[in-house]
Design a binder for this molecule. Structure first.
Ligand code: DC
Length: 223
């Protein structure tokens, strides 16, 4: 039987880093579902398939191979795409791609299949609400838009990318609105998820809090 920890929340809340560290400490396989949407987006860009071309998208989904290694590296049709899926071209197209119902259906099946019989920590937007409504532990990780914008600006500076705080904040607020108001699988906290606001917490504090929550639930026999 699988043991599933679902981590949902908006972009920039720290899900990626925190999920990776909790997974490593507790021996859970780390699955980044955003990276799967990024792989499909990259596949569409490579084959020059537009967002409206449903038949072409369907054909692509029938043949596409998305694979991941324990260390979180993603493979698209056998080729390693760790960096490519984080580049601007994909960043700019992934949100509309994630709205396409046939893409979501395909990835939902894949997400459930990858987790079959395994102990996993899966991060995304709809893991606790749609992908695994019966997950053993559900966390909704949040932070204020201002704090998330600050973090994104800092990350960009570290990569040598110049950007304005106002522009980044505006982008985050628009994306939040789009992600939470979409019809299928909107970003929202599951009723039984534990809410964590990471705005004033360090990564280490959030990691420790989540591990403590999981261990407490296990001890009480709640999961
Ligand atoms: O977490 P991320 O930035 O890598 O996610 C990329 C995009 O995919 C983002 O626009 C939200 C979307 N996404 C989604 O709709 N459902 C998920 N479970 C994960 C990501």
């Amino acid at each position: 039987m699988s043991f599933i920890v679902a981590i949902d929340g908006p972009a920039g809340a720290g899900k990626g880093t925190i999920t990776k560290q909790v997974g490593e400490k507790l021996g859970l396989m780390n699955i980044d579902t955003g990276a799967m949407f990024r792989c499909v987006t990259l596949g569409m860009l490579q084959e020059k398939i537009g967002i409206e071309e449903e038949k072409e998208i369907q054909k692509l989904l029938e043949k596409i191979e998305i694979d991941m290694k324990e260390n979180g590296t993603f493979f698209l049709n056998g080729e390693e795409k760790k960096k490519k899926i984080r580049e601007d071209e994909v960043n700019n197209s992934v949100s509309p791609v994630s709205l396409i119902p046939i893409v979501r259906k395909k990835l939902l099946e894949l997400q459930r299949k990858i987790a079959e019989g395994k102990d996993v920590i899966m991060e995304g937007r709809d893991i606790g609400t749609v992908v695994f409504p019966n997950a053993n532990v559900k966390i909704y990780l949040d932070a204020t838009p201002e704090e998330r914008a600050k973090r994104r600006v800092k990350q960009n500076q570290e990569k040598g990318i110049v950007c304005s705080y106002e522009e980044v904040l505006q982008g985050i607020m628009e994306r939040d609105k789009r992600d939470s108001s979409r019809e299928i699988a909107p970003l929202k906290q599951a009723d039984d998820a534990i809410y964590i606001d990471s705005s004033d917490m360090t990564i280490q504090e959030v990691v420790t809090k989540i591990i403590t929550l999981i261990e407490e639930k296990k001890r009480k026999g709640e999961c």
